[in-house]
Design a binder for this molecule. Structure first.
Ligand code: ADP
Ligand code: NA
Length: 330
């Protein structure tokens, strides 16, 4: 049987992906290549829903793509492309927007969260219709599965509703995608504020481990991670969120169950754990950073890889869109 098709996207909204992105999403992207027909997309159209700088966006889109190849997305096996290179995303989003209710779109909680700062009237219509563009990203490729975390469940539900509604109104056109729940990786938290998620919007860069950080800063950040009172190295979310986060990261990077680590570090201090963890972060990140730098240095090669990805994506997107246009009456 053919492998299920999976689609996943990530925004180019930071100078580097961080450890949370890597363990929470991107590492699964690499693994899914063995089980799925994978389409991976750097979603630059989504990245302009908030105020942005054009030169920075252009740069970050390339760095994001280079990092994805560097972590092991294989252009021979998967289709990795930049969203804006395939104009059908915007065209399908328009069509889907025309079958989405205003009330239905207004119920999306991510818009409420993201627009809360400036107030909903200052937020762009693009931010409001973000989930519809996301639905287009998925339906364009007839994806069977979409990896989703908790925060994306509502958007996938809307995508499924729109697929079924379109099929019902205009005739069978779209695959209705299912949620794919990859092997659970718990949330990685901020090294300086271990009860908050590690995020590009963290208050201090010291709390985030970026894939493109140099070895010196990486080591320093791990060694200076906030730990907890007491000396015991045990996972205890409530009372020891700092040590628990370090154990979780070390466990994920070395594929070692946390109880094994607790046994290994019995009677040892936080410093020993941090030293070992820093080394394993370096072992993982250094080759990724080096491959990323190499790809960015060879502009023509990165252009070729992205053109090839866009061409493969376009073949599918064009076919879907021809069908959609025909169904809708264009
Ligand atoms: P950020 O939180 O830095 O803004 P995004 O929201 O762009 O990152 O997340 C991109 C992907 O990385 C999503 O799949 C998200 O679930 C995952 N991710 C981001 N931060 C973490 C984290 N701290 N722990 C686990 N996964 C994370
Ligand atoms: Na986020």
């Amino acid at each position: 049987a053919a492998r299920p098709r999976v689609l996943s996207g990530i925004q180019p909204t930071a100078d580097s992906f961080h450890l949370g992105n890597y363990l929470g999403a991107l590492r699964q992207w690499v693994a899914m290549q063995d089980t799925h027909d994978a389409f991976y997309c750097v979603v630059d159209l989504h990245a302009i829903t908030m105020a942005h700088d054009p030169a920075l966006l252009r740069r970050r889109t390339r760095v994001a793509a280079a990092q994805l190849f560097a972590i092991g997305i294989d252009p021979e096996r998967s289709t990795l492309f930049v969203q804006s290179h395939v104009p059908e995303h915007a065209e399908l989003a328009w069509v889907l927007g025309c079958i989405t209710g205003f009330g239905e779109a207004s119920r999306m909680t991510q818009f409420k969260d993201k627009s809360a700062k400036e107030g909903t009237s200052a937020a762009s219509i693009g931010l409001f219709t973000y989930p519809i563009l996301q639905a287009a990203d998925i339906l364009l490729y007839q994806a069977d599965q979409v990896p989703v975390g908790e925060d994306q469940r509502q958007h996938l539900e809307l995508t499924r509703t729109l697929a079924q509604r379109f099929n019902h109104r205009f005739g069978e056109t779209f695959v209705t995608p299912e949620a794919y729940i990859p092997k659970a990786t718990a949330k990685i938290t901020d090294l300086q504020e271990p009860t908050a998620k590690m995020s590009k919007s963290s208050s201090s860069p010291q709390g985030i481990l970026d894939l493109l950080d140099d070895p010196g800063p990486l080591r320093k950040k791990v060694m200076r991670a906030v730990t907890d009172t007491g000396t015991e190295i045990v996972a205890d979310e409530q009372n020891k969120p700092g040590v628990t986060n370090l154990l979780r990261i070390y466990s994920a990077l070395t594929d070692t169950p946390i109880p094994d680590l607790e046994r290994r570090y019995e009677g040892q201090g936080y410093g020993t754990l941090k030293k070992d963890l820093a080394q394993s972060v370096l072992d993982t990140f250094t080759p990724i950073r080096e491959r990323t730098e190499k790809l960015l240095a060879d502009e023509a090669q990165l252009d070729r890889l992205l053109a090839r990805g866009a061409e493969r994506a376009s073949q599918v997107a064009r076919r879907t869109m021809e069908n959609v246009r025909d169904r809708v009456g264009f």
